[in-house]
Design a protein around this ligand. Structure first.
Ligand SMILES: C[S@@+](CC[C@H](N)C(=O)[O-])C[C@H]1O[C@@H](n2cnc3c(N)ncnc32)[C@H](O)[C@@H]1O
Length: 269
């Protein structure tokens, strides 16, 4: 279900949801949940979504700013020499990162990064930009901290590619939850390109890939549903969604279609 966000308030069906409050509580109660799902999601050629995202940036990255970084799942994919700065609004996510031995975390809003202009060689954001009230303002902020010639890599949820075998589980899930998981923004390839250009950056490569999340057990079904943002849905609806996915075990899968956007700041800026 797509939502309209106005002044931080989203509408789910006829219900008004305070997104900022919902997000803060969700990540307080479920730190690391995105990593638990994405690190289990695979693609025959590109590995997991984090490796795919990382592979869009230069090997030697200098200073890297990761925004909406969660529990910093990208940190281990950069070398020890990289000056990695992972910014997130959730104290629970950052505390989990610290407990996992990951360093470089900063409690900060994507819209107001406590960083100097042109300080970063690369900026990255995995599954964050669709959550903010203004993706344009967030991208402008990323463009501000990138040095001329610096690289940007974004990962976003997508609606396709899908396979015929995906239809049944997705329909069951949508039926149980009265719509798929919710997010304030849907950012497809065309919108991503427009946002990137308006931020003064140059889009280089925008592509989608379908990752597969195996559903081998009831626990996998529970994790898949827990990992969706479901504001305004009841516990009964969530249980119905889990029950629908449990039928996929032990050999089923859910699709995880993702969009990867690679851009850079012009060296001439
Ligand atoms: C779907 S999780 C992604 C986490 C991590 N990047 C990953 O891929 O595993 C989204 C993250 O965005 C963070 N977030 C949401 N709005 C934010 C904002 N305005 N500024 C900074 N972080 C934000 C949340 O706290 C959450 O950790």
């Amino acid at each position: 279900m797509q939502e309209r966000v106005e002044d931080g308030c989203a509408t789910v069906g006829s219900m008004a949801v305070d997104w900022a409050r919902y997000l803060a509580a969700y990540h307080r109660d479920n730190p690391g949940i995105t990593e638990r799902v994405l690190s289990r999601s695979t693609h025959g050629e590109v590995g997991d979504p984090y490796r795919w995202l990382r592979s869009g940036l230069p090997q030697e990255s200098g200073v890297v700013v990761d925004v909406a970084a969660g529990n910093l799942p990208l940190r281990p994919l950069f070398s020890r020499d990289t000056r990695y700065i992972g910014c997130d609004l959730s104290e629970s996510e950052l505390a989990l990162a610290a407990g996992q031995g990951r360093s470089g975390m900063v409690l900060a809003d994507i819209n107001r990064l406590p960083l100097a202009d042109a300080c970063a060689d690369a900026a990255v954001s995995s599954m964050g930009l669709m959550l903010v009230t203004s993706p344009q303002a967030a991208l402008n902020e990323l463009a501000r901290v990138l040095r001329p010639g610096g690289a940007l890599a974004l990962l976003l949820p997508a609606q396709w590619p899908l396979r015929p075998i995906d239809v049944l589980p997705l329909v069951s899930l949508s039926w149980a939850l009265k719509g798929p998981g919710s997010m304030p923004n849907v950012i497809g390839a065309r919108r991503a390109r427009r946002l990137i250009r308006r931020a003064g950056l140059v889009p280089l490569d925008i592509r989608r890939a379908r990752f597969r999340l195996p559903i081998r057990s009831a626990a996998d079904a529970e994790l898949a549903v827990a990992a969706l943002y479901t504001p305004g849905r009841s516990e009964k609806q969530r249980k119905r969604a889990i029950a629908a996915l449990k039928h996929l075990a032990p050999n089923g899968e859910l699709p995880v279609p993702l969009l990867r956007v690679i851009a850079r700041r012009s060296p001439a800026d």
